[in-house]
Design a protein around this ligand. Structure first.
Ligand SMILES: [Zn+2]
Length: 686
């Protein structure tokens, strides 16, 4: 989802220095690191001018970062092991929307396949709509100053009404046997009369249910009151099976608002019945377009599917024209299907303007980008360009990381600020220009994290929001020759000060385990910046991009954990990065390096070189970038690998200058998260 104060347009810092950390640029006159004699090391420590330091190289580089070894389920390389398993959930859903009462109800058939090596006596389902009940845990934890989570205190008949739960059997599912169940907050436990076999056992469960949509559904669904009819953005709309995995078994952490979702993959076939006046858009492919659109609109759909420019399917003028809907019908059933997805969502409104354009995918396949928005959101400074944005995002991410897997990509203007689902996103109806680009791009970026790479959002928001924030920075720089690219280079020193401010919780924790005000930093910006640092400073673009691409490919449609990510990046890039995970992800450590002194080997002859000493003052270690300027204006860059901090709190090295040094600057381009730039520059006494 979108965090409002998210830094959408992270500008890439110069990648000029993003080479492997042990490489020295042949063009610079950098001396090889001098032989580290015992005397010189003692000098650093015995210097009465040595500052006090919080840095402890053992803390930063200690072994045993990983608390467990790889196994046959999850390999030490970070890939799924030979015995990796995951359960499967296929759904057939048939519901009806009541436009007046906001009620959605019908029947779900879950076909659940137990690929685990364990037999199951019960199944846990997720009843997310129960969050909006007054007595839910999520309602109880809303603080006095309010929250974006929950239902904002709307007083209505909230939550799921479960009418029946039955097991279907027989060749054609003709036999339906009611079973016992228990509901506890946002979870429902189904008790199976006969245990479900391991290694592929399948069960079909039919649930009859209904709920009333909240107006504001925790900023993830709800109802937008547009002039020409309500816009329903519908999600968390059917009981979904909880994930049973090899990490914690049943994932039953309740839906209290902050943590998003963790879901099984499968095919979802869903039908939505609405009044004839409404248009429905949904995840995946619309299977019965000829029944729900007019002949003229079908022609326009065909034109759009072949057009790189946006084609209007239903114009602003046509919204109130009854001829823009099929005649002689009071209700229509809209039939969608999405394959190999972890969820499905849809939106319905009488007020929709619809437009679309072709998406070109790297394999040669074509998709279609669609936008659905009310009159209030129309115009070239707003949603009139949405389809152009969607097309660009999907094409860019597909080329860069992994091909977009669904036939369509639909952006809907509605009440959520920005929320992602497979093949469909809901973004603020009032979003405009760069704001709309940013939110559309962000929500479709979620196709890769967590729709393709199905991490556990309920626990680890940074694995989808943070990774997505990172890929968004590249996409924004790419769109329309940088139309919405930030004009100013980012000052990573300032960012480092913000992201490592004392009092911030560590990033590697559960979303519900930090203050709501810190969510933007800990789920989005800080992990996003972590990937940028890996790419631009630590590994370089080549090695990082290959490693991230490998992570996506390995875990596409699967459930990676943080360790699987860390292991994959380390194994593919060929670098132990535990010091970085420890400083940036696991702890809220700060970086502060200072330039202490420049001392000439012979004060009467500068050409005999100088000893430069730098100090590591805080808990974090990073590779070092220095700029040396001599009195005649000659500028030189020096890179030192992170290994200098492996057993040193301060580091001195010989610099073979030919004349007096004017200044030595640490991190001259501000690409490191050094929170205290005040001590970064040494200048000669004049
Ligand atoms: Zn997001």
């Amino acid at each position: 989802m979108k965090i409002i104060y998210l830094f959408c347009f992270m500008l890439l810092a110069s990648t000029e220095f993003a080479t492997a950390q042990t490489t020295t640029n042949a063009n610079t006159s950098v001396a090889p690191t001098p032989p580290p004699t015992r005397i010189r090391r003692n000098m650093e420590q015995l210097d009465p001018n040595a500052p006090t330091s919080k840095y402890d190289y053992h803390d930063a580089f200690a072994p045993f970062f990983y608390t467990k070894n790889g196994n046959e389920y999850r390999a030490a390389t970070g890939e799924p092991g030979p015995k990796y398993w995951q359960n499967r959930a296929d759904y057939i859903l048939d519901v009806k929307l009541n436009e007046q009462t906001n009620e959605i109800g019908g029947t779900e058939i879950l076909s659940y396949t137990n690929n685990s090596p364990l037999k199951l006596n019960f199944i846990w389902m997720q009843l997310d709509q129960n969050l909006f009940k007054k007595d839910s845990r999520g309602s109880a934890i809303v603080p006095l100053n309010g929250s974006r989570n929950g239902g904002r205190g709307q007083d209505f008949d909230a939550g799921y009404k479960i009418k029946s739960v039955k097991i279907l059997s027989g060749v054609k599912n003709e036999k339906a046997t009611p079973i016992e169940y228990l509901i506890e907050d946002t979870r429902m436990q189904l008790f199976l009369p006969k245990e479900l076999a391991a290694n592929g056992g399948n069960i079909k469960i039919q649930i009859e249910y209904s709920f009333i949509s909240p107006d504001y559904g925790s900023d993830r669904m709800g109802i937008y009151k547009a002039k020409n009819g309500k816009v329903f953005t519908v999600a968390q709309w059917f009981p979904r099976v909880a994930v049973f995995d090899d990490i914690i078994g049943w994932n039953t952490v309740p839906y209290t608002g902050p943590g998003e979702f963790y879901l099984e993959y499968g095919d979802l076939d869903f039908s939505i019945t609405t009044p004839n006046s409404m248009i429905v858009v949904g995840s995946g492919e619309l299977l019965n377009a000829s029944e729900v659109y007019t002949a003229e609109q079908l022609k326009r759909w065909s034109a759009a599917a072949a057009s790189d420019k946006t084609v209007i399917i239903r114009s602003a003028q046509e919204v109130t024209d009854p001829n823009s809907r099929p005649k002689n019908k009071t209700e229509l059933k809209w039939h969608f299907k999405i394959k190999n997805a972890r969820d499905a969502a849809w939106a319905a409104s009488s007020s929709f303007i619809i437009d679309a354009a072709k998406i070109n995918l790297p394999s040669g396949k074509k998709g279609i980008a669609i936008s659905a928005y009310p009159l209030e959101s129309n115009g070239d400074s707003a949603w009139g360009r949405s389809t152009e944005y969607v097309k660009s995002s999907i094409e860019y991410y597909s080329n860069k990381w992994y091909e977009y897997p669904y036939p369509a990509a639909t952006a809907v203007a509605g009440t959520p600020g920005g929320m992602e689902y497979p093949g469909i996103v809901f973004c603020g109806a009032r979003a405009r220009q760069g704001g709309l680009w940013g939110v559309n791009d962000h929500e479709f970026g979620h196709t890769w994290f967590p729709m393709i790479v199905g991490s556990n959002e309920r626990l680890y928001g940074w694995m989808d929001e943070g990774f997505n924030t990172f890929i968004n920075s590249l996409s924004s720089a790419n769109f329309n020759n940088g139309e919405y690219k930030s004009k100013y280079p980012q000052d990573k020193n300032r960012i480092g000060a913000m992201y490592t401010a004392p009092g911030l919780e560590p990033m590697l924790t559960y979303v519900d385990n930090y203050k709501e005000r810190n969510n933007g930093t800990l789920s989005y910006s800080k992990p996003g910046e972590g990937l940028t640092l890996l790419r631009e400073v630590i590994l370089g673009e080549d090695r990082f991009d290959r490693a991230l691409r490998t992570y996506i490919k390995r875990w596409a449609y699967k459930h990676p954990t943080p360790d699987d990510f860390f292991h994959t990046i380390e194994n593919v890039a060929g670098e132990s990065l535990q010091w970085f995970w420890r400083g940036w992800f696991v702890n809220n450590w700060r970086l502060d390096v200072s330039v202490r002194t420049v001392k000439y080997n012979d004060s009467t002859d500068y050409a005999k070189g100088a000893i430069i000493t730098i100090d590591n003052l805080e808990k974090m270690a990073m590779p070092v970038i220095l700029e040396v300027k001599t009195v005649s204006g000659k500028i030189d860059r020096i890179k030192l690998p992170v290994e200098i901090w492996q057993r040193n709190v301060a580091w001195s090295f010989n610099y073979p200058c030919s004349e007096e040094i004017e200044s030595v600057s640490y991190d001259p381009d501000k690409v490191l998260p050094d929170y205290n730039p005040a001590n970064n520059i040494w200048k000669r006494n004049k």
